[in-house]
Design a protein around this ligand. Structure first.
Ligand SMILES: *Cc1c(COP(=O)(O)O)cnc(C)c1O
Length: 391
């Protein structure tokens, strides 16, 4: 009798295609007019390789916590953060921002402005500030999610107007910051930019306006891209209407989501009540995106031809397919294919031992995951092109 020696499944692995990221960042930059400054919102993915790859193509990074300020200083020493935003900044965080010579503080309230002013005075410096404003901007007939309704982020237009009139030593208000929504198409993002700049100039005579991020990506179509060329030309029109003003954007997801893949091996395939369950190594504690957004993460199947076990290889059949991870919770779902038989990517079925490569895992993926739940090992990280690493 032969003894079967079990093969350890390959560890779940994130792959970042940094060469591809450099190419897409260069394309984004060249689609934008020269007068527009491009910041990367590092909360989307602060991976050191990603930050270093983006550095030559962006005007700087937007940090949203003291931790991100520290991380940026470690990864790119000597580069002052372009912006420090985010709700609920503590005094030590504001002081760290001043010490790091943050170029613009995005201030969320009159209280934060006064605290920043006191800390700046204590250091003998003046902090440059944009006031974060929530404008009600109608886009495609709907008023945007964060803008225009009660929100903990930023200030109402009335409050921003009053705050700009306060005499606070230690700060210099240079203009307006807004981040009014996410999932914006290029025409919607252009309409937001136009509305914010119109308001900022008319009401505060702002010399600088940061119109935020939120550019759309489409998880149902991994090949689709935000129309940077169309958006860039709309921003060019806006700059012509307001010559001499500085315009900034700070996208996160749309810059990095496509450069990342999460690869994991199929551990089990089983049928229950006419449905198929595919159990993979890892799960939403590595890739929380599908649980957070309640969607199916797009994926590709990389079949493994060999089969080492002395019994028939389990494989999906017709019927719905649900891909789950190793967590003891029904929420650990990575993808659901209601009509599995008809809608699985090639080769149209999933077998134990295959590798599944989940795409669009380059933003709000590993870094938003509850990595310690169940204490599984963390994933590995590699850089390269999926097609070069796995054939
Ligand atoms: C999260 C965030 C961004 C980036 O948003 P994306 O949807 O990733 O483009 C930009 N600005 C602010 C203030 C944010 O909170």
């Amino acid at each position: 009798m032969t003894t079967h020696v079990p093969a350890a499944p390959q560890s779940p692995t994130y792959i970042y295609d940094l060469a591809g990221l450099a190419g897409s960042a260069a394309a984004i930059r060249s689609a934008l007019p020269a007068g527009v400054e491009l910041l990367y919102a590092m909360k989307a993915n602060p991976d050191p390789g990603i930050l270093r790859t983006l550095a030559p193509y962006v005007h700087g990074f937007e940090a949203a916590s003291g931790g991100e300020l520290r991380h940026l200083a470690e990864v790119l020493p000597g580069s002052a953060p372009a912006a420090f935003g985010g709700p609920g900044k503590t005094d030590p965080e504001l002081a760290a921002g001043l010490a790091a010579e943050v170029r613009r503080f995005h201030v969320e309230s009159p209280t934060e402005l006064r605290r920043l002013g006191l800390l700046a005075q204590a250091r003998g410096v003046v902090a440059d500030v944009l006031l974060r404003v929530n404008l009600p901007v109608p886009v495609d007939g709907a008023v945007l999610v964060m803008g225009g309704r009660a929100t903990p982020f930023g200030m109402s237009p009335e409050q921003a107007r009053e705050t700009a009139r306060l005499d606070v030593p230690g700060v210099r208000v240079r203009g307006v910051h807004a981040h009014l929504g996410s999932g914006l198409s290029a025409p919607a993002a252009a309409a937001v930019a136009r509305a914010v700049v119109d308001w900022a100039v008319a009401e505060l005579d702002a010399s600088e306006v940061n119109v935020g991020g939120g550019m759309a990506v489409d998880y149902t179509d991994p090949e689709a891209r935000f129309d940077w060329v169309g958006y860039g030309s709309a921003l060019d029109d806006l700059l012509s209407a307001y010559p001499g003003r500085t315009l900034r954007i700070e996208p996160g997801r749309a810059m990095t989501v496509h450069c990342g893949w999460y690869l994991t091996e199929v551990l089990d395939v089983k049928e229950a009540g006419g449905e198929w369950f595919v159990v993979v190594a890892g799960g939403t504690h590595h890739l929380r995106t599908p649980a957070a957004k309640q969607h199916s993460q797009p994926f590709t199947v990389l079949p493994r031809p060999d089969w080492a076990y002395p019994f028939a290889r389990p494989v999906t059949g017709p019927g719905p397919v649900t891909i789950v991870g190793q967590l003891c919770t029904p929420k650990d779902v990575l993808a659901r294919i209601p009509d599995g038989g008809g809608h699985l990517p090639a080769p149209g079925r999933i077998a134990v031992g295959d590798t599944i490569a989940f795409g669009m895992a380059g933003a709000y993926a590993w870094n938003i995951s509850h990595r310690d739940f169940l204490m599984h090992d963390p994933p590995e990280f590699r850089t390269g092109r999926l097609t070069d690493l796995y054939h």
